[in-house]
Design a binder for this molecule. Structure first.
Ligand code: HEC
Ligand code: HEC
Length: 218
């Protein structure tokens, strides 16, 4: 009591403030760690297929996802979930991704996309041979949306391409051409807009040329 009486009035004023602060921290902290650990746990699942550092795995045909912009990851996870992507019976790889998206609710999708976007992009190694000069000519069309350095353009919903695996870019160009991806202009207008673009690349070699060029400018 004597100690209390002898307290400076400024210290006394601060006591309720500290108590309030402690209760605010106590209230918020378990929640943030809970949300954080939930997202981390969800990402553990992604890692099993997309690689330890999100670098992608050729053996099971999963693309690199590390560092993809959150808006693009959200868009793709929603497409997988609502069947705009990964539902076509010939989409043997997309079909494997679809159930994953269905384990996530809208809030999880936002959280996991944010998490993925903060991972360091892994710059996958080049695996296909092509003619860079020819690829540059073909890329003139792509540049308008994907950017001069293949950095992507959020306003046009066009993802960056330089951080993806070259074999994956080719597989997606083929999917667009074959009507396996972007097949539903109502559910998936942005995917549908890529179909005509992919059709400008007439041969597999033309696709290899363009992805070689993309790797040279990334
Ligand atoms: C069972 C394996 C598997 C798991 C687990 C998995 N994925 Fe996938 N994911 C795939 C496959 C396969 C593809 C490629 C689909 C294709 O070829 O069209 C893919 C594609 C994607 C794409 C599209 C990338 C692009 O640029 O087109 C995103 C984004 C993605 N996955 C995010 C995730 C996230 C986030 C998780 C964790 C919640 C996850 N994946 C878990 C197999 C998996
Ligand atoms: C009119 C704008 C536009 C042009 C031009 C364009 N794209 Fe795209 N591209 C997009 C959009 C939008 C998407 C995302 C589709 C989605 O949301 O699923 C995309 C997606 C892609 C993907 C899939 C990437 C991934 O991670 O899954 C590849 C590969 C691609 N484009 C390559 C090309 C190439 C090569 C060209 C030139 C021949 C080209 N694009 C021209 C708008 C464009």
């Amino acid at each position: 009591m004597r100690l209390h009486m002898s307290m400076d009035w400024r210290v006394r004023l601060r006591v309720p403030f500290y108590l309030l602060w402690l209760s605010v921290v106590g209230f918020c902290f378990p929640q943030t760690t809970f949300a954080g650990s939930r997202i981390k746990a969800q990402y553990q699942l992604c890692k099993k297929c997309h690689g330890l550092n999100g670098e992608g795995r050729y053996d099971i045909k999963t693309p690199a996802i590390a560092g993809l912009p959150a808006w693009y990851v959200v868009a793709q996870l929603k497409k997988f979930r609502n069947g705009a992507r990964g539902k076509h019976p010939q989409d043997i790889n997309g079909v494997r991704m679809r159930p994953m998206s269905r384990t996530l609710n809208a809030k999880d999708i936002a959280g996991v996309a944010e998490y993925v976007s903060k991972l360091k992009p892994t710059k996958p190694v080049s695996t296909v041979k092509g003619n860079i000069a020819k690829g540059e000519l073909a890329y003139a069309v792509c540049k308008a949306c994907h950017g001069a350095n293949a950095e992507g353009n959020q306003v046009l919903n066009a993802p960056p391409l330089g951080m993806m695996n070259d074999w994956y870019l080719i597989s997606q160009l083929k999917n667009f051409q074959r009507g396996i991806r972007g097949f539903d202009p109502v559910l998936d207008p942005t995917g549908a807009s890529m179909v005509g673009m992919a059709q400008t690349l007439k041969t597999e070699q033309a696709m290899k040329d363009v992805v070689n060029y993309i790797f040279s400018i990334r």
